[in-house]
Write a protein that binds this ligand. Structure first.
Ligand code: 5RY
Ligand code: CA
Ligand code: CA
Length: 175
């Protein structure tokens, strides 16, 4: 490392999960993907297809549209999280109008941050539950087929073991 690198944060590979089930979910996800590309000190590397999925957890809510994006960032996990929350807020996310796990215009989850394991009051990374959730695993597999999720293992194995009912890639006929 050269002297001029002092104080500079390394570039880290990050995966972000996107979800929406209110106010034209597919549009919300497209708009959020564009917004991810505008985060400072961050590049949008890859984006998955959009998937339509039955709600897991509370079931009496609209179907979700989900996707996953790969980013490269020199932001800290906390700074990146703040950027993700600002995008959620811009797209009409109302954090207290919510029953827990209720419908939302946009949910952005920091799924993975390099190989870091993080447990703070604000942030758990890898994101809890991603090892079982088809709406994360299938889009992630599209953009990172050989990926091994830190602490959870090979994506291929997790995909084989997950329940894939109620999830479909969104194509032009489905829209
Ligand atoms: C379970 C419980 C809570 C799974 C379980 C949540 C999404 C969960 C969703 C989403 C789809 C939630 C968190 N067992 N369903 N449910 N997509 N978010 N399809 O983004 F995910 S609430
Ligand atoms: Ca979230
Ligand atoms: Ca979520």
């Amino acid at each position: 490392m050269t002297v001029s690198d002092e104080g500079r944060t390394p570039v880290v590979s990050v995966y972000v999960g996107l979800g929406s089930n209110l106010e034209n979910p597919a549009r919300q996800i497209m708009r959020a993907l564009a917004a991810l590309g505008e985060i400072p000190d961050t590049r949008l590397l890859e984006q998955s297809s959009l998937y339509i999925s039955k709600p897991l957890g509370p079931r009496n809510q609209p179907d979700f549209v989900n996707a996953v994006a790969a980013l490269a960032t020199s932001l800290t996990p906390e700074a990146l999280l703040a950027s993700l929350q600002a995008i959620e807020t811009r797209q009409g996310r109302n954090r207290d109008s919510g029953r827990r796990w209720g419908p939302r215009t946009l949910d952005l989850d920091l799924l993975v941050y390099g190989d870091r394991m993080i447990e703070t009051p604000a942030l758990t990374v890898p994101h809890p539950g991603i090892g079982q959730r088809s709406f994360v695993l299938l889009p992630l597999q599209e953009i990172a087929p050989d990926y091994v999720i830190p602490g959870l293992g090979a994506l291929k194995t997790l995909v084989e073991e997950c329940d894939r009912t109620g999830i479909h890639k969104l194509d032009h006929d489905t829209l």
